[in-house]
Design a protein around this ligand. Structure first.
Ligand SMILES: NC(=O)c1ccc[n+]([C@@H]2O[C@H](COP(=O)([O-])OP(=O)(O)OC[C@H]3O[C@@H](n4cnc5c(N)ncnc54)[C@H](O)[C@@H]3O)[C@@H](O)[C@H]2O)c1
Length: 370
């Protein structure tokens, strides 16, 4: 198969769809890979790294789209890319269709085959191509939270791990899923006093088993949250209710119960946030302050660490990309329930129920296009 890797053109996106190690694997499997010049630069990979791995560099994005049967990307195509997409071309990338009607309609019109990273789903309902970004964001939430607890950043001026004779900071983590668990690991490793809240008792039991002694688990409910807020220095929002907006676990009036300089990192801001006062911010201007409480609400946290994020994403996407390239998308999706769930728009038809429902478009069962 002929595979194309364009350079991401979305504002501040430094990740890249395929790394040189991925090119090497695809070429070893008999495929041809074209990479747009400087596509890997933002993640630390030069054109020479790609050529050494067996890719051919093409100077423009137009040439990459024109030659490729399958495009491997990171973000959804933006408007200027729509017209480059060819009839029947396969796009393997994040789309998040249900929140973007013009994109959905454009992909229908272009007659593209859209396999969306975010809906590839395992039998246990986990989302293998979203997990790596949650791992990055969870670990990063503590790194950022620790920084914003510093006085010059308007925080309380407390060191996360404390020092001998001085108590460490108290970290409260709302939600013990992928983000929450990774946050807890980092905070615990830095010596903080950590509490994880979740509504899922089985999950709390598991976390209690695997976490070090400076991590405690607690049932998530309004009463407990109110009780914990005044004594915690750093609060991480990491809840998710699949397919729904995040619940507002911290209401606006609760900010007054926190000490000045408390830091809130609402990782769940991309689903509306679990803190009522959260609104999406960017890496250029990541924080704002309400009632003396610092809010960090960057909606694309992994974007700040493109090297790590690109590698983490590629580790997860490459095995699927190889299946698709070796078998062709139809057979690969027919053989794999996981990949089949990734199909969203195929040759003008919406084959993912949630997307069809979101925009009142006709729904075609995926089996009909295989
Ligand atoms: N901002 C970013 O850059 C970024 C990056 C990655 C992920 N995210 C977001 O982070 C959020 C968490 O993702 P995840 O992968 O950890 O999800 P997950 O499904 O692994 O974990 C969510 C957890 O929240 C728990 N939960 C649900 N309701 C709760 C409640 N009322 N109180 C406490 N816990 C509750 C669930 O039981 C589950 O354990 C999602 O909204 C995701 O989109 C944001």
């Amino acid at each position: 198969m002929i595979i194309g890797v364009p350079k991401e053109i979305k504002n501040n996106e430094n990740r890249v769809g395929t790394i040189p190690a991925g090119v090497n694997e695809l070429v070893r499997n008999g495929h041809t890979v074209y990479v747009q010049a400087t596509a890997g630069e933002g993640s630390g990979f030069s054109d020479e790294d790609y050529t050494k791995a067996g890719a051919t560099i093409l100077p423009t994005i137009e040439e990459v789209y024109a030659i490729a049967e399958m495009i491997i990307k990171v973000k959804e195509p933006i408007e200027s890319e729509y017209n480059l997409i060819k009839d029947n071309q396969l796009l393997f990338t994040y789309f998040h269709f249900a929140s973007h009607e013009p994109l959905t309609r454009a992909m229908i019109e272009r007659n593209a085959v859209c396999l969306a990273y975010e809906t590839v789903e395992r039998a246990d309902r986990s989302l293998p191509l979203l997990i790596p970004m949650s791992e990055v964001a969870g670990r990063m939430s503590i790194q950022e939270g620790a920084k914003y607890l510093e006085k010059p950043m308007k925080g309380r001026g407390i060191l996360l791990g404390g020092v001998p004779g001085v108590r460490p900071a108290k970290v409260l983590i709302l939600g013990g899923g992928v983000v929450g668990t990774n946050a807890a690991k980092m905070a615990a490793g830095m010596g903080a006093d950590v509490t994880i809240l979740d509504t899922n008792l089985a999950r709390l039991r598991y976390l209690d088993d695997i976490m070090p002694a400076n991590v405690n688990t607690f049932m998530s409910n309004e009463y407990n949250i109110r009780e914990l807020l005044p004594t915690h220095d750093l609060i991480i929002g990491a809840v998710l209710i699949p397919g729904a907006k995040a619940p507002h676990l911290i209401k606006r009036e609760m900010l007054k119960e926190m000490r000045p300089g408390t830091v809130l990192v609402d990782v769940a801001v991309d689903q509306g946030g679990c803190i009522e006062t959260a609104k999406p911010t960017t890496h250029e201007n990541p924080t704002f302050i309400i009632d003396d409480v610092v809010h960090y609400c960057v909606a694309n946290m992994p974007g700040a660490v493109p090297y790590t994020s690109t590698l983490a994403l590629n580790n997860a996407t490459l095995p699927y990309a190889i299946q698709i390239a070796n078998k062709g998308w139809k057979k690969a999706c027919a053989d794999s329930e996981e990949l089949k769930k990734g199909l969203n728009v195929v040759n003008g038809k919406v084959v993912y129920r949630g997307v069809a429902e979101a925009f009142n478009l006709p729904y075609t069962p995926v089996e009909e296009v295989l």
